[in-house]
Design a protein around this ligand. Structure first.
Ligand code: NAG
Ligand code: NAG
Ligand code: NAG
Length: 337
């Protein structure tokens, strides 16, 4: 039996105010304490139309290249999970910026953020943080890709330099238990985690992150026994055994979304039929709560969309800087001097 839980987000009336979802550990979900505000720039009269400026720019990028959506999603995730949602992932500054960490290889979307920031600065100089721009832009890109138009509360400030050595993002071969603990340390429970991993409904990854599953799983000399044989065959063609110095091709995380880069529930149905590309995704089938959530989302696109909205909201509140705790950078790549 599925239990249904409804979470009312605090403060506001918006399209998805009441979010209901079935889950095993519902009691753990609480709306986070936050000092962020709904339409902060409007109510403080600092940049009334910033959300429209961002939406307009994101649409231009998306029309030109749909991969903007997974790129921004990954940027937000990397930003929030490392030192909190403070825009530190955007910095080029310091001896070894966060973005240079091995786990952040292949990050994209920086050029889009620079362009949006330049437009916003031209309208409202010195008013809108890079951290907020990142969240607003990601929300708009997710919506364009068929995802929910979730609420982004604003009023974040930008943080200072942070070092690549502080990056502790999990590897694609982390165990399920460790992954659950990792998300928990960021105030995210198993439902949030399973939902946020749904960002892998689109985007690409390098073969080097999956070759162990294709040829030598856990040093066994054999492929991952949990991988669907049809998928194994097609991925082996795309990712031949790698020799030193060879290129590292890209493969779609969800071949069903592929070059459309759209938001679909097939990420979950594929996990259930052993067709997840990344090991970290496939193992969601092995946990009681994570499997139950995948089963629910695999047949319930609306449940997935709504819970994605809640989970992005929750993640976007992690360790935010407000008031005098940070600054509003002029250029997202550098702190103000
Ligand atoms: C598989 O991995 C193990 C452990 O890393 C290694 O010792 C072994 O040589 C590998 N086997 C093949 C066929 O590459
Ligand atoms: C994703 O895009 C493909 C191709 O346009 C389409 O067939 C599919 O229905 C889309 N899925 C969703 C959920 O929008
Ligand atoms: C493997 O994937 C194929 C293609 O999607 C599907 O038809 C088949 O049922 C799957 N096999 C298993 C054992 O789930």
């Amino acid at each position: 039996m599925k239990r249904i839980m409804c979470v009312a987000l605090p403060l506001v009336v918006f399209a998805v105010a009441n979010m209901c979802y079935g889950m095993a550990d519902a009691a753990e979900v609480k709306p986070p304490t936050t000092y962020l505000k709904w339409h902060y720039y409007k109510i403080t009269n600092t940049c009334r139309d910033v959300e429209e400026y961002v939406r307009h720019e994101v649409k231009l990028f998306w029309d030109n290249d749909r991969s903007i959506t997974p790129k921004l999603l990954r940027l937000v995730y990397s930003d929030c999970f490392i030192t909190g949602c403070d825009g530190s992932i955007l910095l080029d500054e310091g001896p070894n910026p966060e973005k240079n960490a091995a786990q952040n290889r292949g990050l994209g979307g920086f050029v889009a953020i620079d362009k949006i920031k330049a437009v916003v600065e031209s309208r409202c100089p010195g008013k809108v943080s890079c951290a907020d721009i990142l969240h607003l832009a990601t929300r708009d890109a997710v919506h364009l890709a068929g995802g929910p138009a979730y609420p982004v509360f604003t009023g974040r400030k930008d943080g200072g330099i942070s070092d690549a050595t502080s990056v502790d993002l999990p590897s694609p071969s982390i165990s399920l238990q460790k992954l659950i603990e990792y998300f928990k340390s960021r105030n995210l429970n198993e439902v949030h985690m399973t939902t946020l991993l749904g960002a892998h409904t689109m985007g690409r990854t390098h073969c080097s992150y999956i070759v162990d599953r294709l040829y030598n799983y856990s040093g066994s000399g054999k492929p991952d026994p949990s991988m669907n044989a049809t998928l194994l065959g097609s991925l082996r063609k795309l990712c031949p055994p790698r020799k030193k110095g060879q290129t590292d091709p890209l493969v779609y995380l969800n071949p069903e979304s592929g070059s459309h880069y759209n938001f679909t529930e097939s990420y979950y149905s594929r996990i259930l039929s052993n067709e997840a590309v990344l090991g970290v995704d496939q193992q969601l089938k092995n946990g009681e709560n994570t499997k139950q959530t995948a089963e629910e989302f695999g047949i319930g696109f609306e449940d997935f969309r709504k819970t994605f909205a809640v989970s992005m909201y929750q993640m976007g509140n992690f360790k935010v800087l407000t008031g005098n705790q940070g600054e509003i950078r002029k250029n997202c790549r550098y702190t103000n001097k």
